[in-house]
Design a protein around this ligand. Structure first.
Ligand SMILES: [Zn+2]
Ligand SMILES: [Zn+2]
Length: 134
């Protein structure tokens, strides 16, 4: 098992995870745009038992009935999210120290995609959630 590490901008929050079997995708939804302040987010989804916080405590924000977003209370970095049951973790790829091996394989929520944001890939695009999300 090769664990990947990551952290928030200030380093108060550090984590690692086993990327085995990760679902990786872009999310264009408006909630992610607001949460990150960026035009698009990119994620690695893994079962929660493959993820562990090594240092610090994430602050949680319940952004919808089915999602809890976790960020660093010191620097505000957006780091990961969970479902209410805590079964799955979505990790923001920008928070991962070395995400080169985790290229996104699809685009979720293209219904909310900003018109000027273009990528030249030919990955699958879904109007809303990726099919493996519920
Ligand atoms: Zn921080
Ligand atoms: Zn989203």
């Amino acid at each position: 098992m090769v664990m990947l590490t990551g952290q928030c901008l200030c380093g108060a929050l550090r984590f690692h995870f086993d990327p085995k079997g990760a679902n990786t995708d872009y999310c264009h939804c408006k909630m992610c745009q607001r949460w990150s302040g960026a035009p698009v987010t990119a994620w690695a989804g893994v079962p929660a038992d493959q993820f562990e916080i090594l240092k610090g405590t994430a602050k949680a924000y319940r952004s919808s009935p089915r999602g809890i977003r976790h960020f660093c209370a010191e620097c505000g970095s957006t780091v990961f999210m969970t479902d209410p049951e805590g079964a799955q973790i979505g990790i923001m790829l920008g928070a991962v120290d070395n995400p080169d091996g985790l290229a996104p394989t699809g685009h979720g929520w293209v219904s909310d995609q900003i018109s000027w944001f273009k990528t030249d890939d030919h990955l699958p695009r879904w109007e809303r959630d990726a099919p493996y999300d519920h």
